[in-house]
Write a protein of this length. Sequence first.
Length: 105
Amino acid sequence: MKKLLVIMLLCIGFSGCGMSPTTGLLFTNVKASHDYVRHTTEAWQVGAKVGTAEVMNILGLIAIGDCSIKTAADKEKITKIHFVDYETFSVLGFFTRHTTRVIGE
């Protein structure tokens, strides 16, 4: 009975961890591209705009922020999106920061 309780508590405890392409139990620092990719070289030209938006999660209990593509694009007044990248940073699952990066004109 005690083992079952421990297993259930572990499952509940790990269910609030941040999501990304892959996560580490102790530490995560991952960058990934979103499916929305316009394959052009324009995005990496000098002067390309980069907008970011982020959300933070503390202990899997409190999540604050807006990491939507629209918010990231609006911050830099991007109207033509070329790439959308994501970055997840997590320490022990206690603190997670998820950043959306929009690159375009």
